[in-house]
Design a protein around this ligand. Sequence first.
Ligand code: AMP
Ligand code: ZN
Length: 138
Amino acid sequence: MTDCVFCKIVAKQISATNVHEDELTLAFMDIGQVNPGHVLVALKAHAENLYALDETQAAAVARCSARVARAIRDAFSPAGLSVYQANGEPAGQTVFHYHVHLLPRHAGDGMELTWPVKNPPREKLEAYAARIRARLPR
Ligand code: AMP
Ligand code: ZN
């Protein structure tokens, strides 16, 4: 996609600090570095979000993420690591080319995601699950 910053990184039209690549994915340093060692794993092909991935692409991102996450752990010894992936503006997506954040975490690092639980009754969970199950591919 001509106007996409991550497509330009994949095509080496703009520079990035790369960490790892394979046939389908590219891992590079997030320019913002919420914590040292913050890496993005992106698909090389342009796909806007998770919904657009085929099964091979989804598997490739998961494989690359696990591999790079272990290297981040060994390199930075973070207390934890968050995997963050946003789809759509309300979810916080700012670059509309599918990518996963691998974010080393430390106590009191200021990274916050509020989690406003609703704790609905079990019947609600069953109803929500039924709606999703009915739409899964067979
Ligand atoms: P998201 O908000 O999940 O779409 O994340 C987009 C991320 O891309 C942000 O954390 C940015 O810091 C990062 N980013 C944007 N432009 C670049 C760039 N040219 N090189 C590396 N990271 C970038
Ligand atoms: Zn793109």
